[in-house]
Design a protein around this ligand. Sequence first.
Ligand SMILES: [Zn+2]
Length: 198
Amino acid sequence: MEQVASYHLPPQTGAGFTMDAGQVLRIIDPEGEQVADVAAFAREDRREMLSTKRTIDYSGRIYATTGSLLYSNRSRVLFTVVADTAGRHGLLLPPCSPEMFKIMYGAASHPSCLVNLAEGLAPFGIGVDEITETLNCFMNVEVSPDGELTIGVPASRAGDYVDLRAEMDLFIGLTACSAEKTNNGSLKPIDALIFGAG
Ligand SMILES: [Zn+2]
């Protein structure tokens, strides 16, 4: 595959970019134990976007890995996971937000995936209220039999990656997650590459 773009996200930052159908987005955890959130919107109509809830429903699973299809709110496939060296990516949680840090941790202000996604997607006319559900790459959430969630250490080691093939033309928001708890207490960078179709 021919590499057509690359992105380096320093800790607690994000980026926005476009993908064409057939291109593959490789999201790399260069140091290990770092979550990356992905938001995606159809370029032909931004009201169509990634729906992790529909993805959970159709797959019957709360994690994505190689072979998973990621669906939109209109039940079309946005991505196919074509490779994965980490083995587990979360579908349960929204991007961390300033409000989440306030409600859960009492923080007056804190960097967040939501704000970073909104900044990255603003050039494409996508506002903060439209960013609701994200793929939580490398995130490790366990669910107990009575439904309690435990955020564990990400399963990813240095250099692990996941490849997402775009099944339609997309606007993408990507972050290096800002939440200390999700990333085993240290905030690290995320790298991304885009490979051409075929
Ligand atoms: Zn986050």
